[in-house]
Design a protein around this ligand. Structure first.
Ligand SMILES: C[S@@+](CC[C@H](N)C(=O)[O-])C[C@H]1O[C@@H](n2cnc3c(N)ncnc32)[C@H](O)[C@@H]1O
Length: 268
């Protein structure tokens, strides 16, 4: 059977103009856009980002699919059954389907399960990924604190899935990015205080969205239930953005680059 093509399209972290030209083009060309949302009443964040740049497209279907926010596979299974049926009907009719994702589609995204299941459900299906600007890049941009340079090592932690090894991770990595922190802020703040890194951390919610928030003093929000779209960045190393001059950075000065030999030859 010749199926339509399946796209995973990243729409970026929030600001519409951080969508790529390719994402906009694909979303204007496909006959079906599949739009994940948490419930029938919650607006899809990915669609909120993409709706204006994509605009009205005659004859295009916008297929809203509900995926409840739960870690329990039994609760999410019926949602996936519906999604596979709905998407499958379109693909089997030869229509291409673009499934949108906030940020990048292959970085902690609902699309990843569809991507994994698609070749078994629709053998021979063509899949194309349109990468998006991820929340990691967005948070670095709005704080102006580089993520990593030279030999520095980075850890990315989905904090809501467990923090028991956080003290160890904070010792072993130069930068630690804690995603999904909204429900575990008290534990994050306690671990950072214990590691003497509380002043080397910054909280960012909704980076690049209209209501973006940057909080350098994590203690001030330690008991808050924070926004789902929020991240804590911890860096031991010298930084020149929001983290500049705060706490004791492990390395005092930025690396010296020999300008004569040009930036191209400097090992970065
Ligand atoms: C399910 S993951 C989605 C990641 C997304 N696919 C990406 O590429 O960034 C959701 C988590 O990403 C982080 N996140 C996503 N967008 C963000 C934003 N605009 N600002 C801050 N954190 C964000 C938060 O930690 C949030 O809990």
């Amino acid at each position: 059977m010749k199926y339509g093509k399946l796209y995973g399209v990243g729409v970026g972290p929030g600001a519409c103009d951080l969508m790529t030209l390719r994402a906009v083009r694909v979303l204007r060309e496909v006959p079906v856009i599949a739009i994940p949302q948490r419930s029938r009443w919650d607006e899809s964040v990915a669609w909120r980002i993409a709706a204006a740049p994509v605009g009205a497209v005659a004859g295009q279907e916008r297929l809203f699919l509900t995926f409840p926010m739960t870690k329990n596979p039994q609760h999410i299974a019926p949602a996936w059954d519906t999604a596979f049926t709905q998407i499958g009907q379109r693909l089997e009719a030869g229509k291409s389907v673009a499934f949108i994702a906030e940020g990048d589609p292959l970085f902690y995204s609902t699309f990843i399960y569809l991507h994994q299941q698609a070749p078994t459900r629709w053998p021979g299906i063509e899949i194309e990924i349109v990468p998006g600007v991820s929340s990691i890049s967005a948070v670095a941009a709005v704080t102006s604190d580089p993520i990593a340079d030279g030999q520095e090592r980075v850890a990315i932690i989905p904090a809501s899935y467990g923090l028991d090894d956080l003290p160890d991770i904070l010792e072993r990595f130069d930068t630690v990015l804690l995603l999904k922190v909204s429900s575990v802020m008290p534990r994050v703040v306690a671990a950072l205080e214990k590691a003497d890194l509380i002043d080397r951390a910054v909280y960012v919610s909704k980076a690049t969205m209209a209501d973006q928030k940057i909080v350098p003093d994590l203690r001030s929000i330690r008991n808050d239930r924070c926004d789902y779209f929020s991240m804590v960045v911890v860096s031991r190393k010298h930084r020149n953005g929001v983290l500049a001059g705060r706490g004791r950075a492990a390395v005092g000065a930025p690396r010296k680059v020999d300008m004569d030999s040009s930036l191209l030859t400097a090992e970065r």
